[in-house]
Design a binder for this molecule. Sequence first.
Ligand SMILES: Nc1ncnc2c1ncn2[C@@H]1O[C@H](COP(=O)(O)OP(=O)(O)OP(=O)(O)O)[C@@H](O)[C@H]1O
Ligand SMILES: [Mg+2]
Length: 247
Amino acid sequence: MTVLSVDDVHIGYGRGRRRVHAVRGATFEVAEGRACGIVGESGSGKSTLARAVAGLARVDAGRITVHGAPPAPRPGPGGVRMVFQDPVRSLNPRRRLLDIVAEPLRIAGTPAAAAREQAGRMMRDVGMDPDDFGARLPADISGGQAQRIAIARALAAEPSVLVADEPVSGLDISVQAGIVNLLHELTAGRATALLFISHDLSVVQTLCDQVVVVNGGRVEEQGDTADVFGRPATGYTRELVAAAPDF
Ligand SMILES: Nc1ncnc2c1ncn2[C@@H]1O[C@H](COP(=O)(O)OP(=O)(O)OP(=O)(O)O)[C@@H](O)[C@H]1O
Ligand SMILES: [Mg+2]
């Protein structure tokens, strides 16, 4: 079943001669439990598209829907959550980790005691023992651990779409694979569709069922990841693949 639908979306910044047409007619769909990668050069419009899918940016033309409704940045079914590049900055520095993970459940209407219990389970799911970490503050954990907490928070209350904009590029290489595996474990075959933005084509190849290649705000090509990377249809994608290290 299609969860996320992006239909001929245009997004620009600024006006007049300063206007930047960042996204130019993007069209793609992502089904339940599937992972879609977005790749393209720096400035090609990936983050702009990501924010619009998360309901955090205005769309100038075209339509984005999640289960048929406009995307809303909220927890729970029908909602879209985002995981960012800088996990520590995305967590409230004054709140304890268990409360951070429990917050979206509270917003989704779960009573306090049940929300804390479920947040503890989510913390275990991401490899963070709530007995050890629940009472700590974001400043008292590593970047990789903070990203685990951000993922637990984003996936608590099972949103329909998880948008991850370069979620591992700010992390030490030694912890990147663990975070990618976690995203796979917690989304593949579940209710949540994953939109994964990355410069790392080999990670996209491992994690994503499908990929959308963007170039100057336009979708250059898209399809099954193995097909697109294995037999690129355009020179732009061929160059992207050729430039990727260890690929
Ligand atoms: N707030 C903004 N105001 C004006 N222009 C912007 C703004 N944000 C992005 N842009 C421009 O829109 C275009 C797309 O930017 P975007 O951040 O979406 O690219 P990206 O593909 O995510 O790049 P990167 O790989 O470097 O993260 C770029 O030309 C950028 O300069
Ligand atoms: Mg970006």
